[in-house]
Design a protein around this ligand. Structure first.
Ligand code: 5GP
Ligand code: MG
Ligand code: MG
Length: 183
């Protein structure tokens, strides 16, 4: 689904399909260099990271394993609280392995911060984060993110895996929604 298909629900396209694809290729090349010869496990955080995981992993030239986690962040309304519950844990044992967490977006950083502490306690060889999007102005806690696709303004975005009420995930671009969608 592209921006035209979404029609008037979309306010503004922030990143086109082409811009995303080009940046994902660059990130993949960087990861290929950094992880050459290593046992890498990509950990995708459901559901938002599905698109970036699929495209990033296929753009990589080194072999990787993939696993998934689903977490839910308790909080009031749409705010992340940092209190996290695991809905689906990893299938894989990560001890001694090089883990790369693949995220759609880092907003406050609270969910990711919890996740990194949780994964680190399982004694992997290393844990790093790759995120397609990051909102620097929304950060509430510092998280070291080794690979960032794009820094974006502090606005609510949808597309390329990111949803509003579980919709717009299959939009091939990233954009903001028109106010009439929320009300
Ligand atoms: P954090 O703990 O960093 O505040 O929360 C990160 C999660 O909140 C993301 O994985 C995503 O599910 C959701 N989120 C944060 N910002 C946005 C946004 O702009 N659009 C959408 N669709 N979800 C967001
Ligand atoms: Mg996410
Ligand atoms: Mg969501």
């Amino acid at each position: 689904m592209d921006a035209q298909d979404v029609g008037t629900d979309l306010e503004r396209v922030l990143l086109t399909k082409e811009q995303i694809a080009a940046r994902v290729q660059e990130l993949a090349a960087e990861l290929d260099r950094d992880y050459a010869g290593k046992d890498v496990l990509l950990v995708g955080v459901l559901k938002g990271a599905v698109m970036v995981m699929a495209d990033l992993s296929r753009a990589m030239r080194i072999p990787v394993a993939m696993d998934w986690m689903a977490v839910s962040s308790y909080g009031s309304g749409t705010r992340s609280s940092g209190v996290v519950r695991i809905l689906k844990d990893l299938d894989a044992d990560i001890s001694g392995r090089h883990v790369l967490v693949v995220e759609d977006i880092i907003d406050s950083g609270l969910t990711l911060s919890w996740l990194l502490a949780n994964l680190s306690s399982r004694e992997p060889a290393s844990v790093r984060v790759c995120t397609l999007l990051r909102k620097p102005d929304a950060a509430k806690v510092h998280v070291d993110v080794a690979y960032v696709g794009f820094d974006i303004p502090n606005e609510f975005v949808v597309g390329y895996g990111l949803d509003f009420a579980d919709r717009y995930r299959n939009l091939d671009a990233v954009g903001t929604l028109a106010p009439h969608v929320y009300s």
